[in-house]
Write a protein of this length. Structure first.
Length: 209
């Protein structure tokens, strides 16, 4: 199976959900300077079973979230987000934790110890991986309904899969999030709406009004 990303188009060749272990991604001559092929694959993981084995990635992340949320709570923090990525040939399970006073190194170490014990006991990931725990950072990504609801009134930046009025990148104040539609104020008295499904990536942004 191969994914070819060229210009502003993407083709998935010989797609077979039962046999995607040999996955090749080719990206060349892409017109968008901000394009990130790795991020594209991560954000499109809902169409690809995880290496053809077990549940789809979104289902796996949901299962891990349910398993590890009590672990974070026990450590005195909140589980903000989970991602599973492949970097430099290594698979990484990355947990992002948060708390009102800010996350420190001790919080990360505590969650890491507790999470390792739970993951070793239940063994939900058949592949070899490394566990990382960190803060989501100030300009954190907004990746689920709860994130968008929480940060209404904050400044965000987002990137679309396809251009709207010849632009993929927008920034502004998040005014509302209803029925999976993001409403932002891009300039005084100017609002735009984007369905969640049209948004490739979204983060908080720190900038002056």
């Amino acid at each position: 199976m191969s994914i070819i990303i060229c210009g502003e188009s993407t083709a998935i060749e010989n797609y077979d959900q039962k046999n995607v272990a040999n996955l090749t991604i080719t990206c060349y001559n892409h017109k968008d300077d901000d394009f990130d092929a790795t991020e594209w694959v991560q954000t499109h993981s809902y169409i690809l079973p995880e290496l053809g084995r077990g549940p789809r990635m979104s289902e796996r992340i949901q299962a891990l979230t349910e398993m590890l949320t009590p672990v974070a709570r026990e450590a005195g923090v909140a589980l903000y987000d989970i991602e599973m990525v492949k970097e430099g040939g290594e698979r990484i399970l990355r947990l992002y934790i948060d708390k009102e006073a800010g996350v420190n190194l001790e919080d990360c170490e505590r969650v890491s110890r507790l999470a390792e014990a739970v993951l070793d006991e239940h063994d939900p990931i058949p592949e070899a991986y490394a566990l990382e725990v960190s803060s989501p950072g100030i300009e954190r990504r907004l990746n689920n309904d709860g994130h968008f609801a929480r940060y209404i009134g904050h400044n965000i930046r987002l990137r679309l899969y396809a251009p709207v009025e010849n632009r993929k990148n927008y920034r502004g104040k998040l005014l509302a999030y209803e029925n999976r539609v993001i409403t932002i104020e891009t300039e005084p008295d100017r609002q735009r709406q984007f369905p969640r499904e049209a948004v490739a990536a979204c983060r908080l942004e720190i900038f002056e009004d």
